[in-house]
Design a protein. Structure first.
Lengths: 267, 261
């Protein structure tokens, strides 16, 4: 255990220092991640000008999409694109030759990147809240603790989902297209474009049996107060745990077979 | 040597190259259709809860979406593979090779390479806009069509100018590798009529980052919300933007000292 702690500390530290060189580029990526919820908020804000939309007033939309921006930053997973490139240009070989498996490096990169960027989003949120009372959240440490747990689970699901999909690059050159496909679907089923309650009921019930709502919508609603009853909490966390198990198993299977299947580029 | 002849030769090679990868065409087409479907579903979701978006009804916004897709096609087919590579070339010093050629560097950098298949996006976007106009039950007058042609042409010129301006920043900020992402981030907002945004944002999109002129104005022309005077205004804005970027490009080149210089 102690060994792994030291390994991870070193990996995260090194990832943190690498990111330090790319602060401007990272700021641009962050802007890119924040515009989508900002645009959605702008549109819903205008729609809600004539009154609440199924119980969602302007203030609710504002808090919801601030939550989406934060949770999205904390759960982003771009590993599939890296894996795809590494398999294609042969860099995967170097990574496989290292004494620690590539997945640990990826996890450390994620921790460093998310700590840096999400703290910026959080600071911006607090500054905005000073001037704009609408996006202030009530003081609720218990809720925030549950939110932290939900975010960690969501980030893990999204990471394993992206990593397993990315590993399909061992077989196909279009693994990233599968990520794009999921990205498009998640617009609706994860609640990126609207709170799930505003989707047609049939679509929302389909979302409930897939992993999409558990990686974004559920943590956001824990934070903003959309999830309140114990039953909602249990269902949400249970869904997260189940999908985490499913994607972990998928990752294990794809990794083992992929490594056996992989004939290095130029090899 | 005229830059036109050089470009024509480059494009011919380009076409021959791309024709080898015809499966890419299918993949690109499917991708575009998928994203158009997602955009239409998003609109359908908004319109479940409202009957108008910034004063526009459903099919009017679909006209705008068609224009947006056509412009995205131009961006992906021409701008990203051409001027989009500039950041990399400034950083690595490859720009030296281009500057020593006896042709206009701005035109050469901008139009040397095309991503052929993405022109299908332009066709699909215009087809979508056309279909939506039919669904509106409105026959555009020849004057409307003329205004649309002028404003769409201005929109292309304006988007090009924004890209040149943005990419020229690479001469000052060499370390920023993903300048084009900055454009992508802001341009997402052009999917919807500018009147759908709160006042402050509207001001930004009309005057500061003038993306409102690229989709809202041509779509307005096609749906008859716009007089010929406004079309001329759009052409004026585009001409001004092109002239300014030319000056900016010259200033940027004067700063260029090559890599390791």
């Amino acid at each position: 255990m102690n060994v792994w702690l030291r390994r991870y500390a070193a990996l995260v530290r090194s990832a943190w220092l690498v990111d330090l060189q790319y602060r401007a580029a990272i700021a641009i990526w962050m802007l890119w991640n924040v515009t989508e919820p900002a645009i959605a908020l702008g549109i819903w804000w205008s729609i809600a000008s004539q009154g609440a939309v199924q119980g969602f007033g302007r203030d609710d939309f504002a808090r919801y999409f601030f939550g989406v921006a934060l949770v999205n930053q904390l759960t982003l997973a771009w590993d599939a694109w890296y894996i795809d490139r590494w398999v294609r240009d042969g860099e995967m070989n170097f990574r496989l030759a290292r004494p620690i498996g590539p997945v640990h490096e990826a996890i450390a990169d994620n921790i460093a990147y998310k700590a840096r960027t999400a703290s910026v989003v959080l600071v911006v949120w607090m500054l905005v809240a000073l001037a704009w009372p609408v996006v202030r959240l009530p003081f609720a440490p218990g809720r925030w603790a549950l939110f932290a747990l939900a975010v960690v689970l969501a980030a893990a699901i999204r990471f394993l989902n992206g990593y397993a999909t990315g590993l399909l690059a061992f077989w196909t050159t279009r693994a990233t297209a599968l990520m794009e496909l999921q990205f498009g679907i998640s617009l609706f089923l994860s609640g990126r474009i609207a709170p799930l309650a505003l989707l047609p009921p049939a679509v929302a019930s389909v979302a409930g049996v897939l992993w999409f709502p558990y990686v974004l919508s559920f943590p956001v609603e824990v934070l903003t107060g959309g999830v309140v009853t114990p039953e909602q909490y249990v269902r949400g966390f249970l869904g997260q745990v189940c999908w985490l198990a499913v994607w972990w198993a998928a990752y294990r299977v794809v990794w083992r077979r992929g490594i056996r299947h992989y004939g290095a580029v130029g090899g | 040597m005229s830059v036109r002849r050089v470009l024509r030769a480059l494009w011919r090679v380009n076409v021959v190259e791309e024709l080898q990868y015809r499966a890419n065409f299918l993949a690109s087409l499917l991708g575009t259709l998928f994203w158009i479907a997602m955009a239409l579903l998003t609109l359908a979701l908004f319109f479940r809860h409202t009957s108008r978006l910034g004063g526009w009804d459903y099919w009017e916004v679909v006209v705008l979406l068609g224009v947006f897709n056509a412009l995205t096609g131009v961006i992906e087919a021409v701008l990203r593979p051409g001027i989009g590579e500039l950041v990399d070339e400034v950083r690595s010093g490859k720009l030296d090779l281009i500057l020593t050629r006896p042709v206009d560097a701005q035109l050469y950098v901008s139009f040397r390479r095309l991503d052929l298949w993405r022109f299908a996006d332009v066709a699909l976007g215009l087809a979508l806009a056309g279909y939506a106009v039919v669904r509106l039950g409105r026959v555009p007058s020849p004057l409307d069509l003329l205004a649309f042609a002028v404003t769409l042409g201005s929109a292309v010129a304006l988007v090009y100018a924004i890209w040149v301006a943005l990419m020229s920043l690479a001469f000052w900020f060499v370390a920023v590798e993903n300048l084009s992402v900055l454009f992508d981030a802001v341009y997402e907002a052009a999917r919807y009529p500018v009147s759908a945004y709160p006042g402050a944002l509207r001001f930004v999109f009309v005057y500061l980052v003038p993306i409102a002129w690229t989709t809202t104005i041509p779509a307005s022309a096609l749906t008859g919300r716009l007089g010929p005077a406004a079309a001329l205004g759009a052409a004026g804005v585009a001409a001004l933007a092109l002239a300014l970027t030319r000056l900016l490009w010259r200033a940027a080149l004067r700063r260029y000292t090559s890599a390791g210089g």
